[in-house]
Design a protein around this ligand. Structure first.
Ligand code: ATP
Ligand code: MG
Length: 222
């Protein structure tokens, strides 16, 4: 592995004395919306993260049956969405890897690339937190990264559920409240299909890209 993303390839290398915190936000990002971005930014502040890298999934195993926008479009939208925030960047790590996408492989790649003074923080929304324990090599994931579960409207994790997660997994999950934005990529795709606007729900550059490339119009993807 020689390259992670444009902005943070040298994170941790210049000052071995200092600990750096790298946030990782995985997802399909079809498309990336302000719910993802606001969540990441608030988690960055709360946990004092030095950088956050958005890593669009290549072939998400659990979404294989669905019609997903080609990876290069999803990556480019992430890149455009991150441009105005110096703490954010997009990585094509998962889409460049052949075969199925597994979070554990991604975390291993990041761990192998970065020096020891870089700590990994894997960020997910509250809806994704329950599926993590079913993920391949979930205990390896837990040993590679700290897990942060952000609140997401419509997905409440009760105290009982939190206790249950603790009992049935090796995870220590930190729960964090972020401003509720009830936006999902599925809803946004449906909106475009219905001829409705995505303005203000995605970054302007992403909005322009979707229009320019004619994404989510119900036309066949090239
Ligand atoms: P889809 O509807 O296609 O599943 P999505 O909006 O859920 O799209 P994903 O790419 O599946 O987006 O999500 C990536 C990550 O971002 C997941 O961990 C998810 O929980 C989190 N996330 C998505 N939307 C929000 C939101 N509005 N607030 C907080 N977290 C979110
Ligand atoms: Mg989702």
């Amino acid at each position: 592995m020689t390259h992670i993303c444009e902005r943070f390839d040298s994170l941790g290398f210049d000052n071995p004395e200092r600990t750096y915190r790298l946030g990782i936000m995985g997802g399909t990002f079809d498309p990336i919306h302000i719910g993802h971005l606001a969540c990441a930014e608030q988690i960055r502040e709360k946990f004092g993260l030095d950088a956050i890298v958005f890593i669009p999934a290549g072939v998400p195993v659990y979404k294989k049956h669905l019609d997903i926008t080609p990876a290069h479009h999803r990556f480019e939208m992430c890149r455009l969405a991150c441009e105005s925030n110096p703490f954010f960047d997009a990585s094509s790590l998962e889409i460049d890897r052949a075969g199925d996408t597994y979070t554990v492989d991604t975390l291993r790649d990041l761990r192998a690339y970065y020096p020891e003074n870089v700590e990994l923080y894997f960020i997910t929304g509250a809806d994704a937190v329950f599926s993590i324990i079913k993920w391949r090599e979930s205990s390896a994931i837990a040993s590679l990264a700290h897990l942060i579960a952000a609140t997401r409207p419509g997905y409440v994790v009760s105290d009982e559920q939190k206790a249950d997660l603790l009992l049935h997994s090796d995870f220590s999950i930190t729960y964090a409240e972020v401003t509720a934005l009830a936006i999902s990529s599925s809803d946004l795709r449906a909106r475009v299909g219905e001829g409705k606007s995505l303005r203000y729900l995605v970054m302007q550059r992403v909005f322009d890209y979707i229009e320019r490339e004619g994404l989510y119009q119900g036309v066949a993807h090239e």
